[in-house]
Write a protein that binds this ligand. Structure first.
Ligand SMILES: Cc1cc2nc3c(=O)[nH]c(=O)nc-3n(C[C@H](O)[C@H](O)[C@H](O)COP(=O)(O)OP(=O)(O)OC[C@H]3O[C@@H](n4cnc5c(N)ncnc54)[C@H](O)[C@@H]3O)c2cc1C
Length: 381
């Protein structure tokens, strides 16, 4: 028998879980369809910026592994400098725990979850959307694609075009207690060791998440460079508990995120930050922009989702446009960006304010005198 809902959300990552939560809060009948059995592991550094946590109207402490106050920045395995901030910059999480926390929150407000069901086909008719999994059929008035980098909703609807990718590797590394203590509350970033990207260490409660990512077009040597980075950390004795790789989609200038009865959120829409690879914040934000548009549409009994496109253009695409230019600067001049981010400089303070959601890229650009101002600063390095 076909099951019917007002909205079906495909994918129960941060984007899908947040949308299900926001809609369920409004009393909308929402189904969350997830291909994996939850909680599921996701290959990710698990850095949730303070900016992202500020979007949520509930506490995530039960999922927090560590709170980051310090960032050690190095260039091409050289000596790092460490910047300290007196307030939290990033909360680290394991994605199985964090994402499931968001899903459980949605369920508490009445969202229905069916996990272990991979969506295989989507067809849109005049009155509804038909969504098929291997053994079930569902109907809804709106479908939201929150199904990540390899989104079937994006493919089936033909919406997503002009996407580029960041290729990223990540290992969960078990280290001796003294190394864990050394890395507590501190993220490390090396610029320059990965052409077209960077490598990182993110501290977790009982291990370190160590990874590297770069533009997929420059990823030929990513694995070898990553191994070099791992060795350069000087950790005496470690075991790799888990390792994986994944793509992070990055949308282009005029990306389409809604069409007819379909909308795309988070990675499915390519909304990750091209400079940092951070995707959780915009996954959550896009869901929060979508929810009231869907609600209005259902209330008026006329499915029109163009307002979502406008909101995403205004609040997210404008930021991604600036981040795209900054990422080009990072790819070409990593040594200058490294120098610019010294902990005693303006750029470091700007970076901290950005992580904390106190400013956005537009404010930073304006305060620096536009890209011209940024180039002037770089040329003085
Ligand atoms: C190595 C690495 C490190 C990263 N580190 C960070 C970081 O520190 N901080 C940060 O903010 N971002 C980070 N990111 C990016 C971040 O992981 C993504 O941007 C984020 O997960 C996007 O959330 P989402 O909800 O859009 O998609 P996802 O989290 O990918 O969720 C999509 C969900 O859809 C499900 N799904 C897929 N296909 C189907 C289908 N056909 N049917 C049903 N369900 C389906 C998937 O199983 C998944 O659960 C990293 C990415 C990588 C690869």
């Amino acid at each position: 028998m076909t099951q019917s809902y007002d909205v079906i959300v495909v994918g129960a990552g941060p984007a899908g879980a947040t949308l299900a939560y926001e809609l369920a809060k409004k009393g909308i009948r929402v189904l969350l369809l997830e291909k994996e059995k939850l909680p599921r592991y996701k290959c990710c550094a698990g850095g949730v910026t303070t900016r992202a946590t500020r979007l949520l109207d509930f506490d995530i402490s039960e999922a927090v592994e560590d709170i980051v106050y310090e960032v050690s920045m190095s260039y091409n395995f050289g000596n790092p400098y460490t910047g300290h901030h007196n307030q939290p910059l990033i909360y680290t999480v394991m994605r199985d725990v964090f994402d499931y926390l968001l899903v459980k929150r949605a369920q508490q407000f009445g969202a229905v979850l069916i996990d272990g069901q991979q969506v295989t086909q989507i067809q849109t008719n005049a009155d509804w959307v038909e969504i098929a999994t291997a053994d079930s059929l569902f109907h809804s008035r709106v479908v939201a694609g929150a199904d990540g980098a390899y989104s079937i909703v994006a493919k089936e609807s033909g919406i997503r075009r002009g996407i580029k990718y960041i290729a990223a590797l990540e290992s969960e590394v078990i280290v001796p207690e003294e190394d864990l203590t050394k890395w507590k509350s501190r993220v490390a970033i090396d610029l320059g060791c990965i052409p077209g990207g960077y490598a990182w260490v993110f501290p977790k409660r009982n291990h370190l998440s160590i990874g590297a990512g770069c533009l997929a077009s420059k990823a030929k040597d990513l694995n070898r460079r990553y191994q070099e980075f791992l060795r350069s950390l000087g950790i005496s004795n470690y075991t790799i508990a888990r390792t994986g790789s994944h793509l992070i989609p990055i949308c282009g200038k005029r990306a389409t995120v809604s069409q007819g009865k379909t909308l795309l959120l988070g990675d499915a829409a390519g909304l990750a930050d091209p400079l940092t690879g951070e995707g959780i914040c915009h996954a959550i934000q896009s869901a929060q922009l979508a929810a009231p548009v869907i609600e209005n549409s259902l209330l008026q009994d006329k499915i029109e989702l163009q307002d979502y496109q406008q909101l995403v253009d205004e609040k997210i695409m404008s930021e991604l446009g600036i981040a795209r230019t900054l990422s080009r600067i990072l790819v070409r001049f990593p040594h200058l960006v490294f120098k610019m981010l010294r902990p005693d400089g303006r750029a470091w303070r700007g970076y901290c304010s950005l992580m904390r959601g106190e400013v956005n890229y537009a404010t930073i650009k304006e305060r620096t005198g536009g890209f011209k101002g940024i180039f002037t600063l770089l040329s003085r390095m």
